[in-house]
Each structure stands twice: as structure tokens, then as C-alpha cells.
Design a protein around this ligand. Structure first.
Ligand code: T46
Length: 137
């Protein structure tokens, strides 16, 4: 990937024929950190819905689009990359200091995020100028 501190994590599905596919994501294996929190986002019916617009100071996360699709814009302060999230096997690892914006959600979109720590608002950088200063510190 072009953006620093972000990469693709491909989960190899266990294919059970007519019984469907199964994907596994384990601590410190497919997921490169200890998972302390899982959250999911759904009910993205509005075409105007936009989420993210922030970066994290210390949190690491892996995002999966379990159903439907959305666009994920990543920005490391120098380079930007837009990824179409539409495959539940494909996770995006976002390390510290990656500004991200999520939009263009399909109505049936379900996003799951695995995070390396508990929620704290202090870890968020929600102002782009502050993000630029953080990256140039
Ligand atoms: C991220 C992207 C991918 C909590 O109270 N606990 C939580 O664990 C989370 C994730 C959120 N919240 C509260 C904080 C806000 O008052 O829920 C509200 C919505 O959170 P936010 O506006 O940050 O949602 P998104 O979708 O813009 O961002 C979320 C995560 O917060 C963020 O860490 O990287 O998904």
C-alpha cells in the first residue's frame, strides 16, 4: 500500500462447500496485536453518511467490511489512498497516525473493527491541522 503504517490483511477462508465460508482472526496471529475491543457499524442507510475523519495517537485497528461495501480513504499526512472495501476476507490494518474517512456505504453495509485498546476520546485527533502537526512532530 502507498500509505505508511497501513496494510492489507487477507484472511484465508475455510470453505465448507454448500455450508459456506468461515474466516478466523486471532490475537497476535492474523491480527498483529492483542484485541481488546470489537465494535461494529451498521444501519448506514443515508447516502450522506460519512464516518471517521480522524486519526489515532496510539490505537491500532483492523477494519473488515463483513457485508456490502464502502470506500475507505487513508491518509498518512503525505500520501493518500482510497480502497473499496467489499470483501469480508480482506482486512485493513491501520496503525497509529493514519487519518481515515469512510463513506459511500451500501445500504446493507456492516463494518467490524478489531482494536488494540479500550475506547478513550483522548486518543483521537479529530482536527486535520492538529493531525498534520502530529505527523511533523
Ligand atoms: C475508528 C473508525 C474506524 C464509544 O463510546 N466507544 C467506542 O468504542 C467507539 C468506537 C465509539 N464510541 C463513541 C464515541 C462517539 O461519541 O461513539 C460515538 C461515535 O464514534 P465516532 O464518531 O468516533 O465513530 P466513527 O465511525 O467515526 O469512528 C469509529 C471509531 O470511533 C474510530 O476509532 O477508527 O470507527
Amino acid at each position: 500500500m502507498k500509505v505508511n503504517n497501513a496494510r492489507i490483511i487477507n484472511l484465508e477462508p475455510i470453505i465448507d462447500g454448500i455450508d459456506g465460508y468461515l474466516c478466523v482472526a486471532e490475537n497476535q496471529r492474523e491480527i498483529p496485536f492483542e484485541i481488546k475491543r470489537v465494535y461494529y457499524i451498521y444501519n448506514l442507510d443515508s447516502p450522506q453518511a460519512v464516518r471517521g475523519k480522524h486519526a489515532h495517537r496510539e490505537l491500532e485497528q483492523v477494519l473488515f467490511c463483513l457485508k456490502g461495501s464502502f470506500d475507505l480513504l487513508l491518509d498518512d499526512g503525505f500520501k493518500q489512498e482510497k480502497i473499496l472495501m467489499e470483501n469480508p476476507q480482506t482486512g485493513i490494518y491501520m496503525g497509529t497516525g493514519v487519518w481515515h474517512i469512510m463513506d459511500n456505504f451500501s445500504k446493507d453495509c456492516v463494518i467490524m473493527v478489531l482494536a488494540s485498546d479500550y475506547f478513550t476520546e483522548k486518543d483521537y485527533i479529530r482536527d486535520y491541522d492538529e493531525f498534520t502537526r502530529f505527523k511533523n512532530r
